[in-house]
Design a protein around this ligand. Structure first.
Ligand code: HEM
Length: 133
């Protein structure tokens, strides 16, 4: 299956369910919770959902509203180390369990997220605080 066919397979609803299940866990999370301001959470949910819909063959709303994704640059304001990356994947894995997408769709999204989340790492772990980081 090509990336462009994923939207045809799971539709708007598949992305809505997955991303909603992901964001539902964020507020209680000790690492990720503080990164997402509370009043922005609904908007953040729409941004991730629309990005995935655009990326996997659906309507181009994300591009119309946000322009080129530049995802790594857009994540630079957040301190993303290995632990934050792993937690993001952990929450997404629970979201997959809840959304129960067709397995071909889940596999494709999972490998995309594995790669992208590693690419988003912008900070080393355990940097001693006296070095001012
Ligand atoms: C590695 C761990 C990650 C962390 C800690 C993280 C954290 C965040 C935070 C705090 C935001 C700002 C919320 C907002 O206002 O939109 C954000 C935005 C976003 N993230 Fe992530 N993220 C991670 C990985 C990913 C991955 C793997 C993807 C997609 C494959 C992704 C896609 C997005 C998108 C599309 C936005 C909105 C960008 C925009 O248009 O401004 N993130 N992320």
């Amino acid at each position: 299956m090509d990336d462009e066919n994923l939207y045809a397979l799971i539709g708007e609803d598949g992305f809505v369910r997955l991303v909603r299940a992901f964001y539902r866990q964020v507020p209680q999370d000790d690492i990720l919770g503080p990164m997402y301001p509370e009043h922005e959470r609904q908007a953040a949910e729409v941004r991730l959902r629309d990005f995935l819909i655009y990326r996997f063959g659906g309507p181009q709303r994300y591009i119309e509203q946000r322009g080129h994704p530049r995802l790594r640059a857009r994540h630079l304001p957040f301190r993303i180390d290995q632990a934050a990356r792993d937690r993001w994947m952990q929450l997404m894995n629970s979201a997959f369990a809840e959304a129960a997408l067709p397995s071909a769709a889940e596999q494709m999204l999972r490998s995309f997220f594995e790669q992208m989340s590693t690419f988003m790492i912008n900070s080393a772990e355990s940097v001693p605080s006296q070095f001012g980081t």
